[in-house]
Ligand binder design. Structure first.
Ligand code: ZN
Length: 292
């Protein structure tokens, strides 16, 4: 009896939360491959965007064991434009910010398992230390150098996209400046890797119609956010949803973020809440070199 009295309020709260979610967002349109968004794979950091290498490898094994198939950026883009079947059992793995630690802590584990990945580079920060996250004292995370990006790109398995030039909130840019940064970042990616930069990821997932249109005009074929605002009824190539993976996520909770999960809605609310919380710490000052 006592246990029932405890469970009842929890069930009512879950029902209310589910109803709000259903009215406000609801399931994303499908069938469509899931896209996972990771950031740092390494040791303890402030913030929720890191996981340990052992936990990361555990996520990959759990997903493979569940029968999911990881696809490359090329396969994903082919599904997006309709020249390839859209399979909700497939996963595109992405990493934002191209941290140097990935070369040691994540990419070898992916190569071992033959898992392709798409990594988004902040082009003005390649080979430099991070300037927009709160670091541990005396320890700023480094971003991959152009040499490393080129090496990985040539090795295959990992492809690279742009994550802007300076990692600022693009919705705050005046139009001309936005176009210049998007074009310069694409050009830098292509000159340094010798391959087309086909995909873009919005810094902080911050996007509006104007920014999405500027990214399309700059020549990118697809652009990723995290949780698109409002109810989405069709897959928009420039407002692509990704499932954020956070420090608290287990193999089980990552599985629950995928299409077909009975508690997808719960993971969606959780991800949106963590992302909104991360957004509150958006840097007020402008990171990086001053604007031209
Ligand atoms: Zn980022």
């Amino acid at each position: 009896m006592a246990i029932l009295l405890l469970l009842l309020p929890a069930a009512v709260a879950a029902f209310i939360l589910y109803t709000i979610w259903k009215l406000r967002w609801g399931s994303p349109p499908g069938p469509f491959p899931a896209v996972l968004a990771y950031h740092k794979v390494g040791g303890f950091e402030f913030g929720g965007t890191w996981i340990t290498p052992a936990r990361f490898a555990g996520h990959m094994d759990r997903l493979l064991d569940s029968g999911r198939r990881f696809i490359s950026e090329d396969e994903f883009l082919a599904s997006l434009c309709g020249s390839r079947e859209r399979d909700p059992g497939e996963i595109l793995l992405t990493f934002d910010d191209a941290y140097a630690m990935l070369s040691v802590n994540a990419i070898p584990a992916l190569a071992e398992r033959k898992i392709p990945a798409l990594v988004f580079v902040v082009t003005e920060y390649a080979g430099r230390d991070n300037a927009w996250e709160l670091p541990l004292p005396g320890r700023r995370a480094a971003h991959m150098s152009w040499e490393e990006i080129r090496r990985l790109s040539d090795a295959g398995g990992v492809t690279f996209g742009s994550h802007s030039g300076f990692h600022r909130d693009l919705t705050k840019y005046p139009p001309g400046e936005l176009d210049r940064e998007l074009a310069a970042s694409k050009k830098a990616m292509e000159e340094r890797t010798g391959r087309p930069a086909r995909s873009f990821s919005y810094p902080y997932g911050r996007v509006n119609r104007r920014v999405a249109e500027a990214v399309r005009k700059a020549g990118y074929e697809a652009a990723f956010t995290l949780y698109p605002p409002g109810k989405i009824t069709a897959v928009d190539p420039f407002m692509l949803r990704r499932e954020g993976v956070w420090v608290i996520d287990t193999g089980r909770s990552v599985l629950n973020k995928l299409p077909g999960s009975a508690i997808f809605w719960f993971e969606d609310v959780k991800g949106r809440s963590i992302n909104a919380f991360a957004g509150m710490s958006l840097p007020r000052r402008r990171n990086g070199p001053s604007r031209r």
